[in-house]
Design a protein around this ligand. Structure first.
Ligand SMILES: CC(C)(COP(=O)(O)OP(=O)(O)OC[C@H]1O[C@@H](n2cnc3c(N)ncnc32)[C@H](O)[C@@H]1OP(=O)(O)O)[C@@H](O)C(=O)NCCC(=O)NCCS
Length: 172
């Protein structure tokens, strides 16, 4: 368990599979700028437990979102979302900062990256507050509800990260 100020990041387990199946297939949860992801329990289980570094974001022990990361060589890409009634309270920024600390401390990664729809201001602000820099525009790299959308690419490289901002005790 990674302990933050307002949220904790708990490593996802088999018991969380049904919740993620439900969340990812829910447009309210995925928000206005991402397609829903409809997958079977078996497919989600593979992603959650084998192919990504997957945390459930908890507030007062209740699951309020997820944040995950997947390796591409020495780069780790991340994704995240919160349930609608827990947004815009600073929790997303904190979860992203904790994930950054965790990944740079525990993985030999050179860079953490994320892309987000150019219209997704909440995501962009949360990323910028967590220390990400916008690198450029990935033209037409998103396809949301029948429309191609441009996405911004953000990153933090290890030299910029320097030291943990939230996590002091890494027990995983
Ligand atoms: C993206 C998301 C995780 C951000 O987390 P959050 O907890 O809502 O964001 P925070 O409360 O930490 O806010 C970060 C900044 O964004 C701003 N913000 C939050 N919601 C906003 C909104 N709807 N519109 C504009 N700005 C917004 C906040 O004011 C804050 O900036 P400030 O400190 O300058 O005021 C969350 O909004 C979410 O789950 N969205 C749906 C899923 C999604 O889009 N995931 C990201 C895919 S790349």
């Amino acid at each position: 368990m990674l302990e933050g100020k307002s949220v904790n990041l708990r490593k996802a387990s088999i018991d969380d599979v049904s919740l993620i199946v439900k969340w990812w297939a829910d447009q309210q949860y995925m928000g206005d700028y991402q397609e829903i992801v409809v997958l079977s329990k078996e497919e989600i289980e593979k992603i959650m437990l084998h192919h990504t570094i997957f945390f459930i974001i908890e507030k007062s022990q209740a699951a309020v979102g997820h944040i995950n990361g997947w390796m591409r060589g020495r780069t780790i890409e991340i994704g995240f979302a919160l349930v609608p009634n827990e947004r815009a309270k600073g929790l997303g920024t904190e979860a992203i900062q904790m994930m950054l600390d965790h990944l740079f401390i525990t993985k030999d990664s050179a860079r953490i990256q994320v892309s987000t729809d150019v219209r997704n201001i909440a995501s962009q602000r949360a990323l910028e507050k967590a220390g990400f820099r916008r690198e450029g525009t990935m033209r037409r790299s998103g396809y949301v509800r029948g429309q191609y959308r441009d996405r911004y690419l953000y990153s933090v490289i290890r030299e910029e990260w320097k030291k943990p901002r939230i996590l002091t005790d890494i027990t995983g």
